[in-house]
Design a binder for this molecule. Sequence first.
Ligand SMILES: [Zn+2]
Length: 291
Amino acid sequence: MAREGDKPQSDVVDRRILATVPVPDPLVPLIDSHCHLDQPAYASDRHAAIARARACGVGRMVTVGAGGTLTSNRAAVALAEADDDIFAAVAVHPHDASEITDETYPDLRLLWEHPKVVAVGETGLDYYYNHSTPDVQRHHLRCFVREAGRANLPLVIHCRDAFDDLLPILREEDAAAIGGVLHCFSGTQAEADACLALGFYLSFSGIVTFKTAAVLRSVAQHTPPDRLLIETDAPFLAPTPYRGKRNEPALLRQVAEEIAQATGRELAEVARLTSENACRLFRLPPAQQRS
Ligand SMILES: [Zn+2]
């Protein structure tokens, strides 16, 4: 989840554009491994946005509670409960770590027991915005790694300008034992290698489509095929050519195409790989064949 500088404009991507996007090989629907469907940005057209995603070849979505401690998490679980193809991730974003109280963890533990909750996240460190102080962020990151171990759920990690603190904490807390993904990866090759060495997956967002993201495209190219995930982080971080507009899972296709180009693979191969990886990481049940 981005914030402030990346606040999505209100104008929605022109639906006529979405209608022109040819659907990739339907046998291998894409999986958006990280979006925020409960966000207010979708208040007027949430279900239409989910339907558009399907129409554009996105078969499943992992929606992540973020923004505060519980309301967004509960909304994410409710969306997952109501739709076979939507799953939820639950935790407290590093931005909001200072809002965590003694009641928060017991409440979150109840949500982690829900059958449609497939990950503990997003948690992590963000020293770019520092909405919560670094020591408070670090403390709760440690707590969430331990909770993930207890809940036997993989981690969804957010990290911005903080790999120097993130990596030692993941090692000290033995995060490799439970595993997880670096969502919206935006670090260096060395930071990617360190995360991969801990057994984590790397997920690439719309940032990989930006002109200035040559380093990130190279990281994607060097990411082992069985560790590659894709995401939108919608409504944030719309891919080129929609940068600055409200993002939505239907635009995952643009990310998949960029990854295909960067890695020299066919789009259908990227769809197959990233969907298999998401199913393996989040232990998703076999997809329901839609008539
Ligand atoms: Zn995030």
